[in-house]
Design a protein around this ligand. Structure first.
Ligand code: ATP
Length: 235
């Protein structure tokens, strides 16, 4: 479903990503792992069209997205939950969720998708009329995920969903992602610094170091890998 090949990208004259390649199948959860500054968010930006790669391809369902703009990419079904959530904090929860229905199709299905989102995250229904900025961090992350789901993703990108959240809330969010992958065939790209949680949820993973793919494998292979254990799991 997604095949990234030979991706090089950066900011101005500074190259950050070097020859990045990875694949993601329908209904699969793939983790992109790496420490602070490794290039994970830059990679997400290159996949979602927010940053134009200097070379390489991002083929999604047979179409190269590398030169398309973010609107076209969004309409193709690649929806991200950005790092830091980026909610409209003065707007209500419901208004934020309405922002997730960005095109004719998703606008037409909004009520139906809203009901599903409330099913995933019942707290959001209770807080529908509350300004998003007054919610707890965990609830705000739920709004960000629900907003993305209202956009009917085929590929859901979660950028650091665990950042600043209590472990049980991270588990809730990853459980929703796993169920969506299994039952609805949504593919999930899980970008994380919390390698333990990410590998527990993902089928496979890629480790990025200094803008390059340093390692790849199934979650079990990466969990057992000596370098991963030493450098990331503190074992
Ligand atoms: P984090 O978990 O901190 O978000 P990351 O793995 O997502 O880390 P990136 O945010 O992709 O890493 O950053 C990779 C490198 O690109 C870093 O050296 C960073 O300083 C640099 N960088 C990020 N954004 C910009 C920008 N807008 N302009 C210039 N350099 C940037």
């Amino acid at each position: 479903m997604l095949k990234v090949e030979g991706l090089n990208a950066g900011y101005g004259s500074v190259n950050i990503l070097w020859d990045i390649g990875f694949t993601l199948a329908e209904g699969e959860i793939v983790a992109i792992l790496g420490s602070n500054g490794a290039g994970k968010t830059t990679m997400v930006r290159a996949v979602t069209g927010m940053l134009k790669p200097s070379s390489g391809s991002v083929v999604f369902n047979g179409e190269d997205m590398a030169k398309k703009n973010s609107r076209v990419i969004l309409n193709s079904g690649i929806v991200q939950v950005p790092e830091g959530r980026q909610l409209f904090t003065d707007m209500t929860v419901l208004e934020n969720l309405q922002m997730g229905a960005f095109n004719k199709g998703t606008k037409a299905h909004f009520q139906e998708n809203l009901k599903k989102a409330y099913g995933w995250f019942p707290k959001l229904e209770e807080r529908a009329k509350q300004a998003a900025g007054t919610l707890s961090g965990g609830e705000q992350q739920m709004v960000a995920v629900a907003r993305a789901l209202i956009g009917e993703p085929k590929l859901l990108i979660l950028d650091e969903p665990s950042l600043g959240l209590a472990p049980n809330i991270v588990d809730d969010i990853l459980n929703v992602a796993s169920t969506l992958a299994k039952n609805d065939g949504i593919s999930v790209l899980l970008v994380e610094q919390d390698i333990t949680k990410a590998l527990a949820a993902a089928d496979r993973g890629y480790v990025i170091e200094n803008g390059r793919i340093a390692l790849e494998g199934t979650s079990a292979e990466l969990q057992a890998n000596e370098h991963v254990k030493k450098a990331y799991l503190g074992i």
